[in-house]
Design a protein around this ligand. Sequence first.
Ligand SMILES: NC(=O)CCC(=O)C(=O)O
Length: 279
Amino acid sequence: MSDLLRIGLVQMNSRSDKSENLAVAERLIEEAARQGAELVALPEYVNFLGPRELHEANAEPIPGPTTERFAALARRYGIYLLGGSILERSAIPGKYYNTSVLFAPDGEIIASYRKIHLFDVDLTGNVTSNESATILPGDRVVTAEVAGHVVGLTICYDLRFPELYRLLALDGAELILVPAAFTLYTGKDHWHTLLRARAIENQCYVAAPAQIGPHDPGQQCYGHSLVADPWGTVIAEAINRVGVVVTTLDFAYLREVRAQLPSLANRRPETYGSLALTR
Ligand SMILES: NC(=O)CCC(=O)C(=O)O
C-alpha cells in the first residue's frame, strides 16, 4: 500500500440538463485521470441541479443509468470515482435521497452514502432552502477503503456538524470527502474555515469538490473546490471556473501530524457526557 494518493477534484456548474451535465463530468474525469488522479471526486447534485418540480423526472434508482455510466468511467480510466451526489429514488413517491456513490477501479460500487443533514435554512433576503421538502435524510455513517486507506463520505451541509466528522475519524478515516453545492453567500465567510477546522480537529485530509456559479433555482454556488491537509493547510484550490484540480495526499505526513500533536489520542470522552463518541 502506498502512502501517496493522487486525487482530482472536479468543479462544475451543473444545471437542469442532465445529459449536458454528464457530458461535462465525463470530460473533466478524463482530464483528471490524464493528470494522474487515482481518485476523482465530483460535486453534489452532479447530474442535475435544478428546481424541485423537476426532481421526479431526474431522480434515479441506484444502480441506475447515471451510476452505470460512472462505473464505466471508473473502469475505463482504472480510477476510484466518487460520483458526487445524485437524486436517488426512495420508496415514498415525491421523496428522494441525496446520495453519494463511490466506485472502485473495476466499476463496482464500494460505498453509498445518503446525506444526513439537510439544508433547511432561511437567511432572509439571501438564501432560502428547504431541502427536506423533497429529500429524506440518511441515517448511516459510511466509510470505505480506497487504495488501502479509510475514506469517510459526507455531503455539503454535513460540514457544519463536527460530530459526523469525529465519528468518521474514530472509524479510521484518513480522508473525508465533501461533495458540495455550497452557496456563495455562506461560502464566502464559512467554506474555508469549516473545511480547515474539520481537517485540523480530525487530523485528516478533507477534500471538497464543489459546484460554482449560478443554478436554475436562482442560487449561486461558491466554488473554491479544495483539499485541506491534516495540519489545516489548503494544499490545492480550484480557480473560479469549471475545471479540475489535482494534488497528491501523503498519509505518512498524516501519521507524523498525529504522532507529534496527538489531540485525537488525548480526547477525554469520559468527561463529555452525552456528547461522548466512543467508537
Ligand atoms: N447544498 C448544501 O447543503 C448547501 C450548504 C451550504 O451552503 C451551507 O452554507 O451550509
